[in-house]
Write a protein that binds this ligand. Structure first.
Ligand code: NAP
Ligand code: G4F
Length: 373
């Protein structure tokens, strides 16, 4: 079996490549030119004879044509490439449209123009629901495949366009074209400017800094000054130590700057979610599927759980609320219902919210500890 993955260097692309290579697929990943190396997440795959990187960009139909002509025996195509950051989409709406929206059409039309018989997966998003939800018999809010879309960002609008064009190709060209409406999924490979990873990376670096201070100076007391942007150490007055030396070494650490902490997200583990993508393409008939955990938490809950992993209870002391990270429009509530995926694909998530938080914090702690030694 041969698969083409767009977005191979991203979080999901790298996990999906791991999954498919484990199933003995031949994997062709599309990468775009970058001035610095961006293959960090797939470094371990380079050199695998079944894994190949080809140069292309989903906004450039010429490059897609060449890639697909060279791989006419492809069985499965996973379109994961996107400008995937919601806040960035407000600042670069045109670019987001070209990549996240029209890019999907470019891939689909290339497949049809070349007359290829492959299955197709489009990475749709729970962001498409925006402000919309249904209410179940217990009075709880949820979103599933029948919930209407009310997108709240240029990113979500581009994703809606890609979603509908995928369905259109299914209906008008008879393609095995699927969409996975995936709710937020995270993990140790998550981009550092998404809120979960931003938090766990900060915790890893803070714990490292704290350890360094403790190693260089004993008898220090921690002063968490809530009126400043910095966390600093102060000298324990009962201990005779050259504190000025510590400060001279820059014994201050910037607090974690975040925006809205009140939004709810249905957070799952990315490794579980790429399995669902693959399962969709193993079905006889194409469809649209919601993929989620069915539980929801606020950013505040994530913070409490993440700081709890390192034994810190009063995490508010370390946070600065910065208007810079508020969005012009927010999606306040996401909680999915993935009954269709359970019944048709036999898919259920295998990691809880608590598992996810622990994996992420512990990986970032390990990374920073390795940096010390
Ligand atoms: P990600 O880490 O941001 O990865 C995005 C990938 O797209 C990167 O490999 C990036 O390449 C590539 N890309 C961007 N522009 C491109 C272009 N013009 N041509 C070719 N490749 C391009 O995203 P992710 O979290 O893995 O998500 C994968 C997909 O699922 C995305 O479409 C995202 O919108 C969607 N999604 C994600 C979630 C989630 O919670 N993670 C939920 C729902 C849907 P570079 O490395 O060169 O930037
Ligand atoms: O982590 P986020 O940036 O993820 P968001 O916007 O939910 O989008 C992610 O999930 C979507 C699926 O629903 C994907 F389609 C999309 O590609 C992406 O993977 O933000 C989560 C929440 C938001 O409410 C945001 O306002 O966290 C809030 N937040 C608060 N402070 C922050 C910050 N988000 C970011 N990125 N950075 C902050 O400092």
């Amino acid at each position: 079996m041969k698969a083409i993955i767009t977005g191979i260097t991203g979080q999901d692309g790298s996990h999906l490549a791991d999954l498919l290579l484990g199933k003995n697929y031949e994997v062709v990943g599309i990468t775009r030119r970058c001035s610095v190396d961006n293959t960090q997440r797939i470094k371990h795959l380079i050199g695998n004879p079944k894994f190949k990187l080809v140069s292309g960009d989903i906004t450039d139909v010429h490059s897609l044509l060449t890639i697909f002509q060279n791989n006419e025996d492809v069985d499965e195509v996973y379109n994961l490439a996107a400008q995937s950051h919601v806040a960035v989409s407000f600042k670069q709406p045109g670019l987001t449209w070209d990549i996240t929206g029209k890019g999907c059409l470019n891939v689909l039309q290339t497949i049809v123009n070349l007359g290829l018989y492959c299955k197709f997966y489009q990475a749709s998003s729970s962001e498409m629901f925006g402000d919309s939800y249904d209410v179940d018999t217990h009075g709880d809010k949820y979103q599933d495949e029948n919930t209407k879309f009310l997108p709240q960002s240029p990113y979500a609008i581009a994703k809606c366009a890609a979603h509908y064009i995928t369905r259109l190709f299914r209906e008008s060209h008879g393609m095995h074209a699927n969409t996975g409406i995936l709710f937020n999924h995270e993990g140790e490979r998550r981009g550092e400017n998404f809120v979960t990873r931003k938090i766990t990376k900060w915790i890893g670096e803070f714990v490292r800094w704290k350890k360094e201070q403790e190693a260089s100076e004993t008898g220090l007391e921690w002063n968490y000054n809530t009126t400043e942007d910095m966390i600093s150490v102060v000298r324990d007055p009962n201990f005779d130590s050259p504190f000025s030396l510590v400060l001279a070494k820059g014994a201050k650490f910037p607090k974690l700057r975040l925006g809205n902490l009140e939004a709810f997200r249905d957070w799952g583990y990315a490794v579980d979610y790429v399995e669902a993508m693959w399962l969709m393409l193993q079905q006889d008939d194409p469809d649209d599927y919601v993929i989620c955990t069915g539980t929801t938490h606020t950013i505040r809950d994530f913070l409490a759980a993440a700081f709890n992993v390192v034994g810190i209870e009063y995490w508010e002391n370390f946070i600065v609320i910065d208007p810079e990270f508020y969005r012009p429009c927010e999606v306040d509530f996401l909680r999915g219902d993935s009954l269709r995926a359970k019944e048709k694909l036999g898919w259920t998530p295998t990691h809880s919210f608590e598992d996810l938080v622990k994996i992420m914090v512990e990986t970032d702690l390990d990374a920073t500890i390795q940096n010390i030694s």
